[in-house]
Design a protein. Structure first.
Length: 159
């Protein structure tokens, strides 16, 4: 008799817990997305459609942080589906989502960390023209002075 009572209480507890669970938890899709990635790095998404909170994607995973949507493909056990893409170069926090075939929507977030790799400066398209040289000021010609006599030129003695 005690055994039946305990079994009944346990069953009632399980029903109570199931009924008191929030409705949003039942709609939640469990999937994984690379949480942090460097600019230009690989982002991978995984979902297990065969598990209780998994779903089968009905379209690619899309995000403004992706260079292209992730096309999920079947990989193996438990309805495992996976795919990857490249992150954009701009750091920040982004969200990604995909619709499930059962009508639910899976949403996740990831962060592109760091700073983008430096870019080399673009070479100028035209070389700057050298400034023309200013014309030199004309110099006054030197006047030739002719010696007038011995005191100006010396007398020729070594004295």
């Amino acid at each position: 008799m005690l055994k039946k009572t305990l079994i009944g209480l346990m069953a009632a507890s399980a029903v109570t817990l199931t009924l008191s669970a929030p409705a949003s938890a039942a709609d939640e899709v469990w999937w994984s997305l690379t949480p942090k990635v460097e600019p230009g790095g690989r982002i991978t998404a995984d979902v297990y459609a065969g598990l209780g909170h998994g779903c089968t994607p009905s379209a690619p995973v899309k995000s403004a942080g992706f260079t292209a949507p992730i096309k999920m493909g079947g990989v193996g056990n438990w309805g495992h589906m996976s795919g990857s893409t490249t992150a954009i170069k701009r750091p920040g926090k982004y969200t990604a989502s995909f619709p499930c075939s059962d009508g639910r929507k899976a949403v996740g977030s990831f962060t592109i960390t760091g700073t983008p790799p430096p870019t080399s400066p673009k070479p100028p398209t035209t070389k700057p023209k050298p400034k023309p040289a200013k014309p030199a000021k004309p110099t006054k010609p030197q006047v030739a002075v002719k010696p007038a006599g011995a005191p100006q030129t010396g007398d020729g003695s070594l004295g």
